[in-house]
Ligand binder design. Structure first.
Ligand code: SF4
Length: 280
């Protein structure tokens, strides 16, 4: 697609992030976006490289802080399609506080978490979504604490859109990300994106065997009670849109966000620099 940059990804051959990114690029194109109206904000980790591999405006953010940056971008220029991406460590550990508040703020943007249930870039430590008994170099007996349920965390934080997909199921993954983009509010998609180098438990085969597509179950994502029940079933691996509140208003719909950067008065940046100098 137009969204593919000319940079060659350095992800390991077979990494789930390839499929995750391809689906995101296709979903952006399919929803009528172009690289010059799209801004990708990435966190830190293997997944964080995505902004380099996509052809769009992009910013490789600070660890765990991609969401506040994305929020700022969207509120500064609401015409942009803002896509924030990161990993499970980035989003649910160091970035967990930002996740909760971005969810409840409900700014109209999309957040894709490439969840491989391990820290890949730093060579295989347990992450917030790692299984309790997953043996790694830093947790030889496993983390010995239950994993974070990102869907439940989002639901409890007041999310208006919660979905889960699998990088290897190209068509469904693209469809699900598309729905998140089209949602008027904060579209959250947790994507199973296997790390073929450091996670030999949450593999492609595991997800292929265990994933249940909510579409096949006739799940109605606008039914709050049904959504809650699915989200709390931590022992099941669901794919699809779990919850969508079509009545929720995005932050932009209910607040004055007329903050286009072009309207910042002359001299403001210099005033800002004065403040910085004063502070230091
Ligand atoms: Fe992908 Fe894992 Fe390799 Fe990172 S270490 S690029 S997550 S396979």
């Amino acid at each position: 697609t137009d969204f593919k940059s000319d940079k060659q990804p350095t992800w390991c051959p077979g990494c789930g992030d390839f499929g995750t990114m391809n689906g995101m690029m296709k979903a952006l194109a399919e929803t009528g976006n172009s690289p010059d109206d799209t801004f990708v904000v990435a966190g830190i980790g293997c997944s964080g490289k995505i902004g380099t591999y996509m052809h769009a405006y992009a910013l490789h953010g600070v660890h765990g802080r991609a969401l506040p940056v994305g929020t700022g971008v969207k509120l500064a220029n609401p015409d942009l399609e803002v896509m924030v991406a990161g990993g499970d460590g980035d989003g649910y550990s160091i970035g967990a506080g930002h996740f909760v508040h971005a969810v409840r703020r409900n700014v109209d943007m999309t957040y894709v978490v490439m969840d491989n249930r391990i820290y890949g870039l730093t060579k295989g430590q347990a992450s917030p979504t790692s299984r309790e008994d997953f043996e790694t170099s830093t947790t030889p007996d496993g983390p010995q604490q239950p994993p974070v349920n990102p869907l439940a965390l989002a639901f409890a934080s007041g999310a208006s859109f919660i979905a889960q997909s699998f990088s290897s199921d190209a068509l469904r993954h693209q469809e699900i990300v598309q729905k998140a983009i089209e949602h008027d509010g904060f579209g959250f998609v947790n994507v199973f994106s296997p790390c073929v180098t450091f996670n030999d438990v949450d593999t492609y085969d595991y997800f292929r065997d265990s994933l249940v597509d909510l579409q096949d179950e006739g799940h109605d994502p606008t039914d709050r009670d049904a959504a809650k029940q699915k989200i709390l079933e931590a022992d099941k691996e669901y794919m699809g849109v779990l919850w969508q509140d079509e009545t929720a208003s995005s932050y932009e719909d209910t607040h004055d966000v007329d903050t286009n950067m072009s309207e910042i008065p002359d001299g403001a940046p210099e005033d800002g620099m004065d403040l910085v100098r004063e502070f230091y």
